[in-house]
Structure formats: structure tokens, C-alpha cells
Design a protein around this ligand. Structure first.
Ligand SMILES: O=C(O)CCC(=O)C(=O)O
Ligand SMILES: [Fe+2]
Length: 331
């Protein structure tokens, strides 16, 4: 049956979050070189990510099959998912079995300047807006650009979408995109700082103790129905780290279905573009199948502080029946 989200080679983290993963042998880094292209965000709220610069990889000496756009179409002044259609409700619950939609306010609170939506405080699950749509679109583009270059170059040192874990098949470690910079910081540490600051405050630990579990983290995760062997979802599992975060890069309109089903809550959390769901690593959950389109996430298995929240759910019962019990969080 489904258990911890194992790495492809059978490594896994134990229930205390200690990684039992043998040190990965990484290929040598290519020499650093000057930037080849950049994406600028016009969103003034995203000052810390105003420029994503993609540096040159060895494959850059070959013509790129599809060059990166040098500018992104500015989105209307909307800090949230432009496709959201239900502005005004803080939480929408649509029970799949017991009748029609009900709307109930989510409990919210501020951590610094960040608004936290409690998915369920008793099991330490929460959502917040971490990125702007511009930032999400830029991240998808640099990931896909990296993959295209990797496929084009067919070089062993540059790999594209691949299977890093048992239940997924299109993963890409963020640190593969070695030269992407955000205002002089590398992408991985920029993301980790952003999330760990809030997660540390939420769970009551110093954010500096929180770290990515292995070199694979954080990683892009792609689901798509638009290929020969569609990759649509992830079956029930727990991540086995201390804390996990799932950051949504896609807009709602880019896929149908999807969402993260949390077994003990019998709820599927559907994130808007740029929102992140943070959970303790012991909670059973699944990536609900998309039925059409493409859904991109950045996932991270974080260690360093155990929030000590065991999963209260039982594996018995028809949990799939509750997958349609969807919650969304809006301002
Ligand atoms: O697709 C999702 O929402 C969940 C993905 C997930 O649980 C994982 O990659 O470990
Ligand atoms: Fe997971």
C-alpha cells in the first residue's frame, strides 16, 4: 500500500524526518558565465524578484530551440491568481456527497505582513500567498526553457523532467537551474527564505534551522495530460520529512481537476497561482488527478524542526469519495 514518498532508488526519510538518503553524486558544475537572457517582472510588489537571470549552460553554445521571452506580459494589477472567480469569499467548501455548496469563513491571522489562512490549525496546515503571478509565470518559463535546452543538448550534465521519486514522473530540482538569480540570490535560497520565514514563525522555530532535505529539494513538479504518457496526479502517501510545502505555479484556468487531498481533513486544497500550502510531513495526502491541462508546482521536503503532529486519520474508509470536497482561500 501507499506509504512514504520514496525516492526512486528506494531511499526514504524515516518517521522522525531523518533522511536515510545516501549522498548523491552530483555532476561537476559548469564554469560560471555571463547572463544570456533575463525576464523582468513589472509588478512593483515583487521587488525581491524583479529580475530572473538565466546564465549560460554548456548547451548555450548551441542555438536554443525556443528562446526565453525577454519580457513577460504584465498582468493587471492583481497580486493574486487572475483567474479566480469568487473574490469575496474566504473559503468555499463544496461537499461532493452531502448536498450543495456551503461557504464558511476560514480563520486568518497575520504573521508579520503575511496573511495566513488556517486550513486546519489542529493539524498545522496553512496557506499563504508566497509569489505573484509574474513570478510564477517566470518560474515556469525558466523551468521549461531549462528542459528544452537539456533535451536539445542531450548532455549528461543537463537533465530535464525526470523521475526522482516513486509516485511522480516529472520532477526537476530547482538547483538544476544553476544560474538563475533573483536579485543576486540563487533561486533555491530565495524560495527557502521566503517560505521558511513564515513556516518557522508558524511552527515556533528559528527559520534558520529549516533546510531542504536533500539536493533534490525544492523541486518543480509537472503534471500534464498533454503528452503520450500523461502524468496526472500522485497517489496517497506521506512525505516523511518534518515539514512540506507545495507552491502552486499554474493558474486555475490552465488545468481541470487537481488539488492536494489531505486525508485527515477529508478536504482537497486547491491553491490559487502563487499560493503555498504548508503541512507537517507526516500527514497522508495525495495529488488529485488533473483531468485536462498542465499543473506546475514547486514542492519542498523540509527538515530541521519536527512540528510533532502525527496524522490522526485512518487508512480505512472511502477517502477518495471526499476528493471533491474542495477548499480555496481568497482575500
Ligand atoms: O500534487 C499535489 O498537490 C501533491 C504533490 C505531492 O504530494 C508530492 O509531490 O509529494
Ligand atoms: Fe507529497
Amino acid at each position: 500500500m501507499v506509504k512514504s514518498r520514496k525516492s526512486k532508488k528506494g531511499n526514504r526519510a524515516d518517521k522522525n524526518g531523518a533522511a536515510k538518503i545516501s549522498p548523491a553524486v552530483r555532476p561537476p558544475l559548469p564554469p560560471k558565465s555571463s547572463p544570456s537572457s533575463s525576464i523582468s517582472s513589472s509588478d512593483s510588489t515583487s521587488a525581491s524578484f524583479s529580475t530572473v537571470t538565466v546564465g549560460m549552460l554548456p548547451s548555450d553554445i548551441l542555438p536554443a530551440p525556443s528562446p526565453l521571452p525577454t519580457n513577460l506580459t504584465p498582468l493587471p494589477n492583481c497580486p493574486m491568481d487572475p483567474d479566480r472567480e469568487m473574490v469575496g469569499f474566504v473559503e468555499t467548501t463544496i461537499p461532493s456527497i452531502t448536498g450543495g455548496p456551503t461557504i464558511s469563513p476560514a480563520s486568518t491571522r497575520m504573521i508579520g505582513n503575511t496573511k495566513i489562512f488556517e486550513v486546519d490549525a489542529s493539524v498545522g496546515c496553512f496557506v499563504f500567498q508566497a509569489l505573484t503571478p509574474d513570478e510564477c509565470d517566470a518560474l515556469i518559463r525558466i523551468a521549461e526553457d531549462h528542459v528544452q535546452r537539456a533535451e536539445y543538448a542531450q548532455a549528461n550534465t543537463t537533465k530535464g523532467w525526470r523521475k526522482l521519486y516513486t509516485y511522480t514522473s516529472m520532477d526537476l530540482p530547482v538547483q538544476d537551474i544553476r544560474s538563475s538569480m533573483c536579485n543576486g540570490r540563487d533561486l533555491k535560497s530565495w524560495l527557502m527564505d521566503k517560505i521558511c520565514k513564515v513556516a518557522g514563525a508558524y511552527y515556533g522555530c528559528d527559520p534558520r534551522v529549516l533546510r531542504a532535505r536533500t539536493w533534490k529539494e525544492p523541486h518543480f513538479l509537472k503534471y500534464t495530460t498533454d503528452c503520450e504518457t500523461p502524468h496526472c496526479g500522485v497517489e496517497m502517501h506521506y512525505d516523511g520529512c518534518n515539514i512540506s510545502y507545495n507552491m502552486m505555479l499554474s493558474r486555475m484556468s490552465e488545468y481541470t481537476g487537481g488539488g492536494t487531498y489531505i486525508r485527515c481533513l477529508k478536504k482537497t486544497v486547491k491553491l490559487s497561482q502563487g499560493q503555498v500550502l504548508v503541512t507537517p510531513g507526516d500527514l497522508f495526502h495525495k495529488g488529485v488527478d488533473i483531468t485536462d491541462g498542465t499543473r506546475y508546482l514547486i514542492i519542498c521536503f523540509v527538515d530541521g524542526f519536527d512540528p510533532g503532529i502525527p496524522d490522526p486519520s485512518s487508512s480505512k474508509g472511502n477517502h477518495d469519495a471526499y476528493e471533491g470536497n474542495t477548499v480555496r482561500y481568497f482575500d
